[in-house]
Design a protein around this ligand. Structure first.
Ligand code: TNX
Length: 526
């Protein structure tokens, strides 16, 4: 099972589930029970009955009970005895995680969407599992800006996140190369900003372009559907609107938000555009109004405003910025971003939410209460300590372990990637609390997150390849207690791939890409 539970031991003879089984739940456990019933009915073709607390059945029973239990918020206890499967939890989320564990205790075929062959009775071994997550933030980020991904793929990803007990989906919705969220007040963001003329071919800097338009966007209803689908799986969707840099798509849509008079197009190259927002009143109002609409769609407690990689060249060069700085009481353009972040923090706080930023927002001081995502390769550990000292909660997302846009191996067989390399073993070796992190600040590290940037990832199949099985490793890093060993994980992961097969995930086999996944041809084994 992945992630590994805190404790698990075999006891007694276990139980049998069959056509006509019941799933019993009380109030708060009903959501998880209904989802499990739907999933099992689909996979088996059985009739799965819903019942009230304590139900028994000759065809097998799964009972979910949510009550004031002395256990961690998302924790659960699972017992498999002759009388059935009992899941006890302190919260609805805990009950849901109990059902995810149960799905992994059943044969992989029961993860399918319909029975591939008749399913008779299913035996579940006698077991006692006590489990709870190590971290409260167990995240997976997807960049839908560099390449647009269809809604169906995002829903599949949410299911996979839930199965692995991840609870955050961070959507990077905007960037220089595309704007992906419908905003009523600014329709050109999706009429203009969602589309680019072409994309780089091969590696950035090869100087070749494909000449093929690309784009797409999610309507408000699409996003609300994603949010609701995720909520049923106890996944919080965190929207990121990257500002004030990575904004060329917005500036192309509304040139008055920029710093130059030349009409820009949506960026057709990778890398960091120098064309950032000007921070005059209309641009700041634009950002606030966009965030307001975003907060109407995403009910979660967090709003990510990016804040990474914002070049100040245009601000330094702009004849208007000395006056702006003077008006704001700033000593120079280098202070503009910090001032801007504070403004956005007020917008977010007014709705009772918390701002998240990449670790650059710490450089000139981040607003109190904001959450920092520590990512920069040689800087993340230091940024984490600095942020924690300043009273911020920290999500660890350091490049060398969690950037799943990096190749699996430095091998020409691997599909084109931004750079080498993060093997599954290396991803598994990630320790979210950096070595030497001050003891008294460790509670500030609230979790870990992997990211898939998609400059080089154009299809859902390729995204699945980059995520899996590294996401399995990250899920265990974020959920399971310390003391992980690769030698123990690796055989478990090999068995887990049967589940990914049943779910139709285009994962990278542990021994290397299949001929259909590889970039260069090599003879398939006979
Ligand atoms: C850095 S992580 C970025 C992204 C790129 C990524 C490529 C971060 C906050 N910024 O814009 O896509 O590297 O690995």
């Amino acid at each position: 099972m992945i992630p590994r539970p805190v404790t698990s031991r075999n006891v007694g003879p276990g139980t049998t589930l069959a056509d006509g089984m019941v799933i019993a739940a009380d109030g708060p456990g009903q959501g998880a029970a209904a989802l499990l019933a739907t999933e099992l009915e689909a996979a088996t073709g059985w009739r799965v009955h819903r019942a009230g607390p304590g139900a028994q059945s000759p065809h097998g029973a799964v009972r979910l009970q949510v009550g004031p239990e002395p256990m961690a918020d998302e924790g659960y206890r699972l017992r498999v005895t002759e009388s059935g499967v009992d899941i006890v939890a302190a919260s609805a989320a805990g009950a849901f995680y109990g059902t995810r564990t149960l799905r992994q205790l059943l044969p992989p075929a029961l993860l399918r969407s319909a029975p591939a062959r008749p399913v008779g009775t299913v035996h579940v071994e006698g077991l006692e599992i006590d489990d709870a997550p190590r971290f409260q933030w167990r995240g997976l980020a997807l960049d839908v800006a560099r390449h647009f991904f269809p809604k169906d793929f995002i829903l599949k990803l949410i299911d996979l996140a839930g199965l692995h007990k991840l609870n955050v989906l961070h959507l990077h919705l905007t960037d220089d190369q595309g704007w992906r969220a419908q905003i009523d007040r600014y329709p050109r963001l999706t009429q203009v900003g969602a589309w680019r003329r072409q994309s780089p071919l091969g590696h950035q800097g090869d100087g070749r372009f494909d000449g093929v338009p690309h784009g797409g966007f999610y309507t408000k209803d699409d996003l609300s559907e994603i949010v609701a689908y995720a909520a049923r799986r106890f996944v919080t969707v965190v929207p990121e609107i990257d500002m004030p840099g990575h904004m060329q798509a917005a500036v192309a849509s509304y040139p008055e938000l920029g710093n130059i008079t030349r009409q820009l197009e949506v960026f057709t190259d990778w890398g960091i555009s120098e064309h950032v927002l000007n921070l005059e009143e209309p641009a700041v109002r634009f950002c606030a109004e966009v965030l307001e609409e975003i907060m109407d769609i995403f009910p979660g407690p967090y709003v990510h405003i990016g804040g990474d990689e914002c070049p100040t060249t245009e601000w330094e060069a702009s004849p208007r910025s000395p006056r702006l700085c003077q008006m704001l009481g700033l000593s120079g353009a280098h202070q503009l971003q910090s001032w801007f972040t504070a403004q956005m923090s007020k917008v977010v706080a007014a709705r009772g939410k918390r701002l998240i930023g990449w670790d650059e927002v710490l450089d000139a001081g981040a607003p109190p209460g904001s959450v920092i995502m520590a990512w920069r390769q040689h800087h993340a550990a230091q940024a984490a300590v600095q942020g924690a000292r300043a009273g911020h909660d920290i999500v660890m997302a350091p490049e060398p372990w969690t950037y799943f846009d990096w190749a699996y191996a430095d091998d020409p067989k691997e599909p084109l990637a931004i750079r080498p390399s993060i093997s599954v073993e290396h991803a598994y070796s990630f320790e979210p609390v950096p070595a030497g992190f001050p003891e008294e600040l460790q509670h500030r590290v609230i979790g870990a997150q992997c990211q898939l940037w998609t400059e080089y990832v154009t299809t859902a199949r390729h995204a699945e390849y980059m995520y899996f099985p590294r996401v399995c490793a990250l899920a265990e890093v974020a959920w399971s207690p310390r003391g992980r060993r690769w030698e123990e994980f690796e055989p478990r992961l090999r068995r887990h791939t049967a589940r990914l097969d049943a779910l139709g995930v285009n994962y990278r086999p542990l021994d290397g890409p299949t001929p259909g996944q590889a970039r260069t041809w090599s003879e398939p084994e006979r």
